[in-house]
Ligand binder design. Structure first.
Ligand code: ADP
Ligand code: MG
Length: 240
C-alpha cells in the first residue's frame, strides 16, 4: 500500500532523511518512533506529498508521490492525516469541520457529507458536540474530531504524527482508544508516537529512526524483546 525506496532529503546541506526504505502493507499498523529531530515528521509528511524529497521513491497505492505528474491533492484526499495540534478550522462548527473537505474535495452534497460526518462523530463518541466550535472542546475531543474528519473522507490509509503529544495525560487514552479501534478494524496506519503501550497493543511493525536513518524496522516482538541497536535500547530505556 505504501512503499518507500531509498528516500533521501536535504535542507540545504543538512541531510534530514538518508536512504529510508520501508513498506506498509494493507492492514498494517506501523509505529514510527525515535528521538526528537530524527526525521519522523518529515518522513510521514513525505508519504502524502507534504514534504518534497530529492532522492528515492515513494509509491502509495500504485501512485508515485515524487512524480511531478502526480496530482498531489487527489492523493492527499485519499490519505487521512492527523497532526499533533489537531488543526481543525477554528471558525467552523464541528459539523462544518467534518463536511467541508467532503464537499469541496470529494464533491459530495451537503446532506450526504453531513450524514457521513456525523456517523464518524458518533463513532468517536462526540455526537453531542456537533454544533459546537473547536475552541469549546477539550484537546482530546478536538483530536477525536480530527480523526472523525479524516475518516469521513474514506481514506485508504491513515497517517498520524504524534497525535497525543499535545494532550494532557488524562486525555491521551480517549484518543488512543479510538486509534486502537481503527487498527483492530484493519485500517492501514502509519503512526509516529512515543506511546509504546499503543505499539505493544496493535502495531505489526516498529520503525525506529535516528538522525534521518531507519535504524530498526522489525516486528514489535523483535523490537521489544530481542537484540537491537544500542540507539534503540537507549531510546526505550528513556521512555519506558
Ligand atoms: P522529528 O519529527 O523526528 O522530531 P523532524 O522530521 O521534524 O523530526 O525534523 C528532522 C530534522 O530536520 C530536525 O533536525 C529539524 O530541525 C530539521 N528540520 C525540520 N524542518 C526543517 C526546515 N524546514 N528547515 C530546516 N531544517 C528542518
Ligand atoms: Mg515530529
Amino acid at each position: 500500500m505504501i512503499e518507500l525506496k531509498n528516500v533521501s532529503k536535504w535542507y540545504g546541506n543538512f541531510q534530514v532523511l538518508t536512504d529510508c526504505t520501508t513498506q506498509v502493507a494493507k492492514g498494517d499498523v506501523v509505529v514510527v518512533c525515535g528521538p526528537s529531530g530524527s526525521g519522523k515528521s518529515t518522513l510521514i509528511k513525505a508519504v502524502n506529498g507534504l514534504e518534497p524529497f530529492q532522492k528515492g521513491e515513494i509509491v502509495v497505492d500504485g501512485i508515485s508521490v515524487g512524480d511531478p505528474k502526480t496530482n498531489l491533492s487527489k492523493l492527499r484526499a485519499r490519505i487521512g492525516m492527523v497532526f499533533q495540534n489537531f488543526e481543525l478550522f477554528p471558525h467552523l462548527s464541528i459539523t462544518e469541520n467534518l463536511t467541508i473537505g467532503q464537499i469541496k474535495v470529494l464533491g459530495r452534497s451537503v446532506d450526504d457529507a453531513r450524514v457521513r460526518g456525523l456517523k464518524y462523530l458518533d463513532r468517536v463518541g462526540l455526537i453531542a458536540q456537533k454544533d459546537k466550535f473547536p475552541g469549546q472542546l477539550s484537546g482530546g475531543q478536538q483530536q477525536r474530531v480530527a480523526i472523525a474528519r479524516a475518516l469521513s473522507m474514506d481514506p485508504i490509509a491513515m497517517l498520524f504524527d504524534e497525535p497525543t503529544s499535545a494532550l494532557d495525560p488524562e486525555m491521551i487514552n480517549e484518543v488512543l482508544d479510538v486509534m486502537v479501534g481503527l487498527a483492530q478494524e484493519g485500517m492501514t496506519m502509519m503512526v509516529v508516537t512515543h506511546e509504546m503501550g499503543f505499539a505493544k497493543r496493535v502495531a505489526n511493525r516498529v520503525v525506529f529512526m535516528d538522525q534521518g536513518l531507519i535504524v530498526e524496522d522489525c516486528s514489535k516482538e523483535e523490537f521489544f524483546n530481542t537484540q537491537r541497536s544500542e540507539r534503540a535500547r537507549d531510546f526505550l530505556a528513556k521512555i519506558i
